[in-house]
Design a protein around this ligand. Sequence first.
Ligand code: ADP
Ligand code: MG
Length: 616
Amino acid sequence: MADIIKLLPDHVANQIAAGEVVQRPASVVKELLENAIDAGAASIKLIIKEGGKVLIQVIDDGIGMTPTDARMGFERHATSKIQKAEDLFSLNTKGFRGEALASIAAIAHVELQTRPEQDEMATHLRIEGSEIKFQEVCVAPKGTSMSVKNLFFNIPARRNFLKSNQVELRHITDEFHRVALAHPGIAFNFYNNGSELFNLPKANQRQRIVHIFGSKTNEKLVPVNEETQVVKIAGFIIKPEFAKKSRGEQFFFVNNRFIKSPYLHHAVLAAFEGLIKSDAYPGYFLYLDVDPASIDINIHPTKTEVKFDDEHTLYAILRSTIKHSLGQFNVVPALDFEQDQNLETPYDYKDKNAVQPNVTVDRAFNPFQEVGQKSPAGRSYKKQNTEGWENLYVGLESKVGQNDDFSSVRFESESNTGSFFEGHQEDLESIATTFQLRRKYIVTTIKSGMVVIDQSRAHQRVLYEQFLKNITVNQAISQQLLFPLQLSFSNADIAILKEIKESLTSIGFVFSNIDKEEVRITGVPPLISESEVGMVLDQLISDFQMQITEDSFSQTDVLAKTLAKTLSVKTGEVLNNASQLALVNDLFACKESRWSPFNKPVYVTITESDIDKKFI
Ligand code: ADP
Ligand code: MG
């Protein structure tokens, strides 16, 4: 038989390698930024168009390349950074594989202009799909400008796989954050579709963090510093009271390279134990310096994972260092005995005798209480301060028993239930046939037996449908705030808020201003209380960021789901009888009462014969 094994042509091998190195525009951004850093740049510009699908350009003022190096750089395994295997153990550059440029050039149109400082003329080179289209001498400033256009032009499947421009831009921004945080000594500019997203001057670590995440971040940072034989730790943690319910900011850098490490993350969590709620995430920016010989960064092609020689020691040091910082900077709550009481008193009043003010208050007065209405005991599943919530129902027919899906199940007390909002609250309480089981389920009887309802999922479903209706009906009811609510966010978060502003407005948020780092809110949906707004918006921003990994959700759907998840009654909450019954009514008035918005079953029915069988 004839020999059949052949070496792949270079451009095919490069295209295959590109599959690993370049997943999306953000991967190109990372490689180009890192090359600029390795070239010793003092200032780096990143220019993006259409989420990087049309253009990714990085301009640096680093060492540049000679005409020969400019061509050589696009060969596979061509690198100036290591020469022998041992060099891998003393690595102090970002790159070392020599595959990035070869891979990128195989799947895009690349244009390069580069000039070493000592040369008079620069090199201009164009490569498309691994083929050099032209090379000429030109005039250009010192350093390198690399443009990558039409990514995946020759791999339609990959191109189609790319997400929306906004989602790709978010990935790019994440990558930019990581690189910019790791190198505060380098100035960065980031332009997207012609407008400047970031302008970061040369700075120290703290300033860089504040420049990226907003001026309000400064007061949240607690410094961390420790030097041992194994590791030098520097950086900041975010005070426990600012821990976010959602992802938040978590950054580890090892020898100035961003890494992900669930193990080290756990060490930080352990240090924060008892200081933050179990469902909150601590924020941190931690820079570890270790001997390059003690780590192996070679285990993953995109290089965000690192293998440490002595992980256990590192864990212990990290944990105790952070605990120490939390204690040292008085972040752990403590009683403050030393405060001088005199400082609290305005000067004019210091020598006067205090007189007890005489104020009479009608403590029984409740402006919202209707005559004869009893306030129910226990947590109401609807917020107390949400007058106007009933209005959401206006025009939406939602009578119990009219639900097709549930037509076979009829409530025993059906004739009496009606709608919760018609003022029959007292009747309902007296004949209520609901029962709360383990603060988790609501049990109610039906003609054929009984239903066991997951209270949290049921409420999620109810809220989800209400928000969706509100959004689609487009008649937002808004509760005007007496004083505008002023909240601060990072610029990246502001960008997301701007993106979803229209949907938020459609459910009743009124923004008087969304600007640099600041949001002013003058109206909120009646379902959301003022104190919850910050949390709800945080959660929304994080969900929209996470959407990166999920497909095919419309903005309104994500919005309705997030709100439903955030505002719903949770497992463990006690519901009073009226609330239980109202929830049951609302649930079975839903279009789809069987499934939660997250596709989990909401209730199970147990028929009499099911029960009978158990007694045989
Ligand atoms: P690596 O970074 O792993 O060495 P790359 O394919 O990213 O591999 O780059 C190949 C080579 O091209 C680098 O080793 C470097 O010598 C040169 N190079 C790439 N980008 C730049 C730049 N911005 N300035 C100067 N030289 C560069
Ligand atoms: Mg590189």
